[in-house]
Design a protein around this ligand. Structure first.
Ligand SMILES: *Cc1c(COP(=O)(O)O)cnc(C)c1O
Length: 420
């Protein structure tokens, strides 16, 4: 696609955009004067779909009307409520329905998955992670290492960008496995790095890990709802993600979890169990020995918060209406336009650290501004742009194809330029 550096061009793209009507289905944040902000922070907290309120209201009404009987008598009965999300969530991550469940939150799910799929021995106990992984993931891995009696400093192998580079190279991961695999139990990689926006080749990484007898898990926090990870086909053993970023399900909303079907009926795996993972037929008998449900559902612990699930349902219905392939096609163009306009600034202090290849990134571009500090981000915020700042010098912006427009991107660049 040929881009042009003009507002008229951006407006024309919006006019031709088959998904442009979805913007009206979201609440767009405004400043104190009621002016719409340029919201480019869907990688941190996605915006609220208008229909979320109705979906939550339905459950509040049914709670009011039925009390405890709502478990069976609500319009959407609460007992099986999580099942109403499964089909659409499985489609979002490219999994079979039996491989996916919505439960808990991301870091909790990561711990639960590591209880089952991090199976260290005295020799083969290390975990490989990308070096600038999200802190919570690192805390989880370090504490798992400690829990098993290992020294976390010895136990984590960092997959690092080379000196002077910002991105991780696959061949370096290969090298790590070729030289150290007899000490490695697990590869635990963020599918799309939160800092650089780099999206990794999930299938290749999984095949590599399995070839060396390691289990493989992914954190899709920045992938789910952004890039189609085709989880089942990757062959990964497990994956976890949250729903409040690209999946627009509200602050702190529940997370998702994937367990590959090869582990579906494996009752030998260690697992931390709870009653919601128990056989549905006998769950309420309360006295049976734990009898895990097959598939990802068997990892559930508690009866889930229905109000959060209602928000996830609303959001997944919106994704389904838009069609994920359509969203991805728009996302590639929208982020491509952002990249084009940044290049047009022709400013030597600006360096896009996110890969230039669209197959190695999602919505987000991470923009390094040399010699800048947080004052730049503050000025952007004062100019009505909601973006995100990462020390020491990176602005992350993520135009979301469901609600961002080409004109948003143009306007962001206009304001950035006037600040620089
Ligand atoms: C956002 C994010 C988290 C947040 O974890 P919660 O348990 O949902 O608070 C964890 N890991 C990554 C990679 C993230 O991007």
């Amino acid at each position: 696609m040929i881009f042009k550096n003009s507002r008229a061009f951006a407006q024309q793209c919006d006019k031709k955009d088959p998904l442009s009507s979805f913007r009206k289905e979201f609440l767009l944040p405004t400043d104190t004067q009621g002016n719409e902000l340029i919201y480019l922070c869907g990688n941190s907290l996605g915006l609220q779909p208008l229909k979320t309120k109705d979906y939550i209201q339905q459950e509040l009404d049914d709670w009011g009307k039925h009390g405890v009987e709502g478990h069976t008598d609500a319009k959407n009965p609460w007992l099986p409520y999580h099942e109403f999300l499964t089909q659409n969530m499985a489609a979002i991550v490219g999994a079979k329905p039996s491989e996916v469940v919505v439960m808990n939150t991301l870091t909790t799910n990561l711990h639960l998955m590591m209880v089952s799929f991090y199976q260290p021995t005295a020799k083969k106990y290390k975990i490989v992670v990308e070096s600038n992984a999200f802190p919570s993931d690192k805390y989880a891995m370090e504490s798992q290492l400690k829990f098993h009696g290992f020294d976390p400093r010895q136990g984590l192998i960092l997959w690092k960008p080379r000196e002077g580079e910002d991105l991780c190279r696959y061949e370096d991961l290969e090298q790590i496995l070729e030289t150290q695999a007899d000490e490695i139990a697990l590869l635990m990689i963020g599918s799309t790095n939160y800092y650089s926006g780099q999206h990794f080749p999930l299938k290749k990484i999984t095949t590599l890990g399995h070839k060396h007898n390691c289990l493989v898990g992914f954190d899709l926090a920045h992938g789910a709802g952004n890039i189609q990870p085709k989880l089942h086909d990757t062959g990964a053993d497990f994956a976890v993600w949250c729903t409040y970023k690209y999946l627009n399900s509200g602050p702190g909303s529940l997370g998702g979890c994937f367990v590959h079907e090869r582990h579906k009926d494996n009752k030998q795996l260690n697992r931390f169990a709870g009653w919601w993972g128990h056989n549905k037929e006998t769950r309420f008998n309360m006295r049976h020995e734990f009898d895990a449900l097959p598939g990802a559902e068997g990892w559930q612990l508690s009866n889930p918060p229905i109000l959060s699930m209602a928000a996830i349902r609303a959001s997944l219905d919106t994704f389904k209406d838009a069609g994920f392939n359509n969203l991805r096609a728009k996302s590639e163009r929208l982020t491509g336009y952002l990249e084009f306009l940044l290049d047009e600034l022709d400013n030597d202090d600006i360096n896009i650290i996110t890969p230039r290849n669209k197959d190695e990134r999602g919505c987000q571009l991470s923009i390094q501004v040399k010699n800048a500090d947080k004052a730049l981000h503050t000025k952007l915020t004062q100019a009505g742009v909601i973006s995100d700042w990462r020390e020491p010098d990176v602005i992350r912006v993520a135009p979301a194809p469901l609600y961002n427009s080409y004109e948003d991107v143009f306007e962001f660049i206009t304001r950035l330029k006037s600040i620089l």
